[in-house]
Design a protein around this ligand. Structure first.
Ligand code: TGC
Ligand code: FAD
Length: 388
């Protein structure tokens, strides 16, 4: 039975329900993701057949009320699910992050009852795939300067502009798009596949998240029905509130990628012999392994604590930024160290490390770059914004 590292007995801080949920997702990842994911990453394709299965295991909208197709679970459960998914691959966790935190959450939190009923159940099962459009070609870290905008034409809104680097855009049925109204106020509008003037071309040739589709969202005079505007949010805080949820999920998710690399490296170090001994017996390799486990453990405790605070509705965006930043950097360092422990085998697709390492190069950039999260912390502790 698979037994991931839990050096400080964090499992004792979880409920039986948490462990059952985690175990179900863990089994699914071992059964459905691990055996095929390298092949998909190598051929730069997304295993779309997994989307419905993710709906079945409750990976979409776990904290959304059951009335709308979610599972009504707590934030800790959401985090644990993300860890297991990313142990499989960041692409799989990305789909769940986007669907849950960036599409279902805003529709649930800022939408009206008709919008919730129309979209959420289909997103929860995976019948519909969602995408989230915030980043633009010339406005990434600074989304407040976005150019995508819409005009009120009476019975509809006329949407123009474009978004880039959008997870799942080429296969999305609905896109949660953030755009400015005629007064320059950021609002959320749901754009549906098939609307005239809406296209979502794929971005090819990525070296990272190769088992995920990434693309653009292009709006050329798209007539969006009035009822697709989310009525209960205005301003940049809308998309940023969604990001709080997704960043929180990433702080948990990347622990899964780190654990997969660490486990692989530990096993390899115990089996691989050089100079007549397992390489695990050399102090340099032990140092790497000991430091990796230390960092994984610290990240687990950080994620757990943010989970407690989110359950109590007390986690600040600043705490979430610190957790996302710390844990992604931790995972990337663990991946790099693990890769070295495997020597040449570390670059082979027979092991998951290089794939995780390349994926994490995106994870450290999306949902706010490593620098931006540092500056968010800096702003919190000094009271001075480095962005103005
Ligand atoms: P600023 O003036 O600071 O704030 C504007 C308004 O927003 C409020 N606010 C927040 N509210 C909730 N949560 C947060 N985290 C918030 N941060 C700020 C703020 O109080 C203010 O409210 P109000 O009422 O006064 O208007 O905004 P700014 O323009 O100076 O920008 C701040 C900055 C740089 C921190 C922010 O724009 C930022 O976080 N930039 C990074 C952009 C980013 O993270 N993009 C991610 C795109 S989505 C993505 O990558 C998905 S990948 C998915 C996957 O595949 O997994
Ligand atoms: P830029 O903002 O141009 O930043 C470039 C560099 O400058 C970075 O190192 C940054 O830290 C630094 N920098 C910028 N401003 C400052 C500053 N004030 N001080 C110091 N340094 C600064 N976006 C979505 O909306 N939806 C998605 O689904 C989505 N999925 C993605 C999937 C992938 C695989 C990737 C790679 C990206 C995705 N993104 C998505 C986009 C992602 O959120 C952006 O790439 C990210 O926010 C950074 O924007 P940028 O790439 O334009 O970099």
């Amino acid at each position: 039975m698979y037994n991931p590292p839990d050096y400080f007995l964090v499992d004792e801080l979880l409920s039986d329900e948490h462990k059952i949920i985690r175990s179900a997702v863990r089994d699914w990842v071992d059964r459905s993701v691990k055996p095929i994911i390298d092949e998909y990453a190598q051929k730069h394709a997304y295993p779309t057949h997994l989307i419905k299965e993710m709906g079945e295991i409750g990976a979409f909208g776990p904290f959304i009320p059951e009335k709308y197709g979610g599972a009504g679970l707590d934030q800790m459960s959401y985090g644990l699910i993300m860890t297991e998914l990313e142990r499989g691959d960041s692409a799989i966790r990305s789909t769940a992050s986007v669907q849950t935190s960036l599409v279902m959450y805003p529709i649930y939190a800022f939408g009206n009852e008709e919008q919730r009923i129309k979209y959420l159940p289909k997103l929860a099962t995976g019948e519909w795939v969602g995408a989230y459009g915030l980043t633009e070609p010339n406005h990434g870290s600074d989304p407040g300067s976005m150019l995508t905008h819409f005009e009120d034409k009476g019975d509809h809104y006329l949407l123009n502009g474009s978004k880039i680097w959008i997870t799942n855009s080429p296969i999305a049925d609905v896109a949660m798009v953030w755009a400015k109204d005629e007064e320059g106020i950021v609002k959320g509008i749901v754009v549906e596949k098939g609307m005239e003037g809406f296209t979502a071309p794929e971005i090819h040739n990525k070296w990272s998240l190769r088992a995920s589709y990434t693309g653009e969202l292009i709006f050329d005079n798209v007539k969006v029905p009035r009822e697709n505007l989310l009525p209960n949010i205005k301003g940049l805080k809308g998309p940023l509130m969604c990001l709080n949820s997704a960043r929180y999920g990433i702080a948990w998710g990347v622990i899964g990628a780190a654990i997969d690399c660490y486990d692989t490296a530990l096993q390899y170090a115990l089996e691989r012999k050089q100079f007549g001994k397992p390489i695990a017996s050399f102090q340099l390799q032990q140092k790497k392994l000991a430091e990796m486990l230390t960092e994984i453990t610290k990240a687990q405790l950080l994620a757990w604590r943010v989970g407690v605070l989110r359950n109590e509705n007390r986690a600040t965006p600043y705490q979430i930024s610190m957790a996302k930043r710390n844990n992604v950097e931790m995972a990337l360092k663990v991946a790099r160290e693990s890769r070295q422990i495997l020597g040449a085998m570390g670059i082979s697709g027979d092991f998951p490390i290089m794939r995780h390492m390349m994926n994490l190069e995106s994870v450290i950039t999306y949902e706010g770059t490593h620098d931006i999260h540092l500056l968010i912390t800096g702003q919190d502790i000094t009271g001075i914004s480095a962005f103005e």
